[in-house]
Design a protein around this ligand. Structure first.
Ligand code: 5GP
Length: 106
């Protein structure tokens, strides 16, 4: 098993800086370093789950928590609509192997 910390775990632990938009006991939300739109947030669980393939039933509450957060974050950014994306696996375009939801809007 790869025990190397992901860039997102390093951000969560304040080992490296990031523009943090929101944080609670379960997740952190940061501005994407390479935004694809006016608003491009990454919603990241503090638990370092590599991909959607690695989810287990005990992660239901955590994933539900992040889904419920999305519209709140969008409203705080004055968005009346937004896109979400979860890239999964190398062939799914995933670059950072620590689950995250992209929230994108203009
Ligand atoms: P993925 O392709 O894994 O779904 O997306 C990873 C995202 O993380 C990319 O949009 C990339 O710009 C962003 N990213 C990668 N490294 C960093 C970083 O160090 N800080 C921030 N804020 N975003 C990052």
């Amino acid at each position: 098993m790869n025990t190397e910390k992901t860039i997102f775990s390093k951000i969560i632990e304040r080992d490296i800086p990031a523009d943090i938009v929101y944080e609670d006991d379960k997740c952190i939300v940061i501005n994407d370093i390479n935004p694809k739109a006016r608003v491009h947030l990454l919603v990241i669980p503090k638990k370092p789950i590599p991909t959607l393939f690695d989810l287990s039933p005990e992660d239901k509450d955590l994933m539900g928590h992040m889904m419920l957060l999305l519209p709140q974050l969008a409203q705080a950014q004055k968005l009346d609509g937004f896109k979400t994306q979860i890239n999964t696996g190398e062939s799914g375009g995933q670059e950072v192997f620590h689950i995250h939801i992209h929230l994108i809007g203009e």
